[in-house]
Design a protein around this ligand. Structure first.
Ligand SMILES: [Zn+2]
Length: 291
């Protein structure tokens, strides 16, 4: 198995990115004197085992910290490969409180069970992956910010607000002027507005992220190649345009079923059903306001 689509790329000083299929998901590694921190773990234990092999190209040290940028399966389902009994001593698992809560809820959720059954039905390899899946949610939790001490450098785990999910955690590496965005930013695809997204909050969250970074910051998206601040600003503007168009249609009394077809979107309309549904729910007040 070799599902890497890139080699390790040092996007900033001792900060490495590698992209993997399926999902073109980014895995990032920050090297520190006390060990490596790995950000996101791919879609299965088998994929995480391949990741572990690839990590040996960077360091002989075991993974000391795992950070999950958010709850989605392509970012968290490899976690258990870095916990006992598969790794001893185990890594520490870090994430936002909302990410841990969502992972724990998913364990009981019939929709999540149906999704897993659908994945398992795709073929023998997928069935084996689902059979051995062990889900480990982060137990070191962040609400707004936490500094991770890697021994010779500090890494900031920061939550700027809701957007792609309610638990989006970014990883800022000040000494390298780099920031790992998770899926708050996507380069290889359109930002994904799912059933757990917050379209009205997303652009303000990116405003906060941009205010905390500089003109030369390197941004590593959850999917795609590293980008500049100009790219993030443009994506922020497009996401804001989606939110504003939703608000306009909602205020004009356009029913949900007709809103996507009304047009005026910065992205392909067929990709915006989730955005419109969630924005309408936020505008109707059926989604709780940010805490
Ligand atoms: Zn995601």
């Amino acid at each position: 198995m070799n599902d890497a689509t890139t080699a390790w790329t040092e996007v900033a000083d001792r900060v490495f990115q590698r992209r993997y299929q399926p999902c073109d998901v980014t895995v990032s590694v920050i090297l520190g004197a006390d060990g490596p921190a790995v950000v996101d773990t791919r879609c299965s234990l088998a994929e995480a085992r391949e990741l572990r092999e690839h990590l040996r190209q960077l360091t002989a040290a075991p993974v000391r910290w795992v950070v999950n940028t958010h709850v989605h399966f392509d970012h968290v389902w490899g976690n258990a490969e870095f916990a006992a009994p598969r790794q001893t001593p185990p890594a520490e698992f870090w994430g936002h409180t909302a990410t841990a809560a969502a992972m724990n809820r998913a364990a009981e959720d019939p929709e999540a069970a149906a999704f897993k059954a659908e994945l398992a039905s795709r073929g023998p390899e997928q069935a084996a992956a689902m059979a051995e899946l062990v889900e480990i949610a982060p137990d070191h939790l962040v609400v707004t910010a936490h500094t991770l001490d890697l021994g010779d450098r500090a890494v900031e785990l920061r939550h700027f607000g809701r957007g792609h999910t309610d638990g989006d955690l970014v990883v800022q590496i000040p000494d390298a002027d780099a920031l790992l965005t998770g899926d708050l930013v996507e380069q290889s695809g359109t930002p994904y507005f799912g059933a757990d997204s917050f379209p009205l909050d997303w652009a303000p969250t990116l405003d906060g992220l941009l205010a905390a970074t500089g003109p030369d910051t390197v941004f590593v998206p959850g999917h795609g190649t590293a980008v500049s601040t100009g790219f993030v600003r443009a994506q922020r503007d497009a996401i804001r345009a989606v939110a504003e168009r939703c608000a306009e249609l909602h205020a004009g009394g356009v029913p949900l079923a007709e809103a996507v077809a009304a047009g005026g979107w910065p992205y392909e309309a067929r990709l915006l059903h989730g955005a419109v549904e969630r924005a309408y729910a936020q505008l109707d007040g059926t989604v709780p306001a940010a805490g």
